[in-house]
Design a protein around this ligand. Structure first.
Ligand SMILES: NC(=O)c1ccc[n+]([C@@H]2O[C@H](COP(=O)([O-])OP(=O)(O)OC[C@H]3O[C@@H](n4cnc5c(N)ncnc54)[C@H](O)[C@@H]3O)[C@@H](O)[C@H]2O)c1
Length: 261
């Protein structure tokens, strides 16, 4: 079964972590992939592994978005699916709580996690529309749904992504573009980003990493962290025509975390 046969798919932040897992899953279903990331060596390696194309990109740069979309229009000729996965937690050394977080870190998190997704939608809509329509999948988080005093800017920016996705969905539907837009909300998946966060939180709690993880798992009703493939399968559904009547929705993949927290 090739559920994405004939579709050109752009995945941002595809060098590692969830973006890489999503790219692998979509490749299995016949997608013609373009991968981007700021990490050039790992991105090139991912593209070689998946027999796809890599372009270096900073998602927070508007000129990079103009360059990437023009490149895809020229090389692939169309774009059907955009996966806005790239994201950051901010400077690991900076305070994250609302009393002490520096404005510079807040601005950087919003520039990448909020502005990056806005620019992606803005610049890809014309090409998606010219390609006959498609699907935009924006990476939000459970951090948009539960308060995050330990990650203030990150949670607020992910809430912005959820709202932006609904605005893009309504705008595109009313314009008759046949472009759907949804947000995806992972819970906790063991990636380099997750590792950095859990190292910090366990140190702050004065616990070993193993003890902290054990305690945290009690907050997840299904009892374990998600695997990248759990998120990738949900992205696949939103990317495929199986979800052709789903737009402006928030798809939460969290093992029940938001039910219990
Ligand atoms: N891991 C989790 O538990 C989790 C939970 C909820 C949401 N998310 C979201 O999922 C997405 C992927 O997270 P992850 O855990 O794989 O993170 P990660 O840090 O492991 O990977 C993120 C990738 O994005 C790239 N990137 C960062 N800034 C970029 C920029 N300005 N331009 C282009 N690429 C850039 C990085 O180089 C990296 O390859 C993020 O948006 C994150 O907020 C992750």
């Amino acid at each position: 079964m090739a559920r994405l046969e004939g579709k050109v798919v752009l995945v941002t932040g595809a060098a590692q972590g969830l973006g890489n897992g999503v790219a692998r899953r979509l490749a299995e279903e016949g997608a013609r992939l373009v991968l981007t990331d700021i990490k050039e060596d790992a991105g090139l390696q991912a593209a070689e592994d998946l027999r796809s194309r890599f372009i270096r990109q900073d998602v927070a740069s508007e000129s990079d978005w103009q360059r990437i979309i023009a490149d895809i229009a020229r090389t692939e000729g169309s774009l059907h699916v955009l996966v806005n996965n790239a994201g950051i937690e901010g400077d690991p050394a900076a305070a994250k709580d609302p009393e002490h977080a520096p404005i510079e870190d807040w601005n950087q998190v919003f520039k990448v996690n909020g502005g990056g997704v806005f620019l992606a939608c803005k610049h890809s809509i014309p090409l998606l529309a010219r390609s006959g329509g498609g699907s935009i999948i924006n990476f939000s988080s459970v951090a948009s749904l539960v308060p995050t005093p330990f990650l203030t800017a990150y949670g607020a920016a992910k809430a912005a992504v959820e709202h932006l996705s609904r605005s893009v969905a309504l705008y595109c539907a009313r314009a008759g573009y046949r472009i759907r837009c949804n947000s995806i909300h992972p819970g906790q998946v063991q990636t380099p980003m997750f590792d950095a966060l859990f190292d910090r939180l366990s140190a702050q709690a004065g616990l070993s990493r193993a003890a902290f993880v054990q305690g945290f798992l009690a907050n997840i009703p299904l009892g374990s962290f998600q695997e990248p493939r759990d998120i990738a399968n949900a992205v696949l559904f939103l990317a495929s025509d199986e979800s052709r009547y789903i737009t402006g929705q928030a798809l939460v993949v969290d093992g029940g975390f938001t039910l219990a927290n």
